[in-house]
Design a protein around this ligand. Sequence first.
Ligand code: GLN
Length: 505
Amino acid sequence: MSTTLSQTALHDLSVQALSKALRHKQLSAVEVATHFLQRAQVHSAIGAFVAIDEEATFAQARAADARIAAGTAGALEGVPIAHKDIFVTRDFATTAGSRMLKGYRSPFDATVVNKLAQAGAVTLGKLNCDEFAMGSSNENSAIAPVGSDSVEPVRNPWNQDRIPGGSSGGSAAAVAARLAPAATGTDTGGSIRQPAAFCGITGIKPTYGRASRYGMVAFASSLDQAGPMARSAEDCALLLSAMCGPDPDRDSTSLDVSAENFALKLNDSIEGLRIGVPKEFFGDGLSADVRASVEAALKQYEALGAKLVPITLPRTELSIPVYYIIAPAEASSNLSRFDGVKFGHRAKDYGDLADMYKKTRAEGFGDEVKRRIMIGTYVLSHGYYDAYYLQAQKIRRMIADDFQNAFKDCDVIAGPVAPTVAWRIGEISDDPVANYLADIFTLSGSLAGLPGMSIPVGFAAAQADKGMPIGMQLLGNYCQEARLLNAAHRFQQATDYHLAKPAGF
Ligand code: GLN
């Protein structure tokens, strides 16, 4: 190990630094995997992992070392990552946070998992998430974390009494606690951006269709999108480059846009970049701390040469009812496959077939999932379809048009990710509407299918929330991921919020 490397703990190395050290044989993939698996054990109280299989990880690591030795290393050869437990994996069980899939083993890997493996990444395990990715706090998981016999909430490494955000809460907590240098997440209405913000890390959801949905347990198919979560924009760029690309045979909605090296433009100047600031993102519901940090970040952008442009996204508030009609509608249809016949949970005692369906679904699904199935079934039912689902679809189009109008005057849009910092475990867990309202700033970008990211921009100062991380959201026009990552990277070169580390990790 070189001196610079030995001075830095392995888990503090970036994806970029790890991959360089691995390629130059200063570290071996087995050595790196051993270090991270030990950390996962030491910090199991965070509850981030729901599946670990050391043998499977070591087999992948040994294969990576062999490719490095043979000179055939991929871009991420030997770099350990962990996957949100919504991606199906052959080597690890996949639960999607649900009793319905407890112990389920997929016969194939999700395309995203496959692509990262082809780039040489080594899987450390699977990360907790809200059941079927429905939630904003990770409190909706029905799965016990590794090291525990009972279902426990994932804890935010910055304050273990707080939620890590959701639905990719395990991913965000694992990266923030340095249990993995990077993780995958999925974002249907904010589930990469919001937990990244709550845990002080960086995450990007690409344009809808840039990453294949094949092998992602479906929540709302017109919204679901995979993306990386890491500590910096630079690391996200490396992962995203490996994750994206057309998959026409397996995902008919995957975009016919070739894979791209998102790291190429990271260092471009942002002199003259026009940053749209939507007035609707800075209204009354925004906490003073979040406002102050986001405004300071905007000032920093001005200092870097960007220009702030006031814009309007007039239907921001409508994104909540629109999303909470469309997403449950699609979920109710997607989840009809869990009937106890082909895979997953099946009730033990039942009468006829209908009784088997009923009991299986009553036992297998948690409350939030059932709530959404009911809402979705209702809004799609004869007599209500026109009043709810169709109306929501029309407004969805208008929301997308509002963004196109805004992008006439700006190159990227910036604002808060969430109105507050991470709340306390249990604080609003029995109030679904309060959870839905907290998604206000992330839903519209999802409904429009735009790429969006979250970068750390500060910490709460108010006594009640002291030290909790704050994220800023950057939204771009379709396929402008490279521009977002460039804007994020330039900010991170001028600031050190993304380098801050929770105490004890
Ligand atoms: N919080 C939102 C929901 O509960 C978004 C979840 C997601 O993006 N997967 O649906």
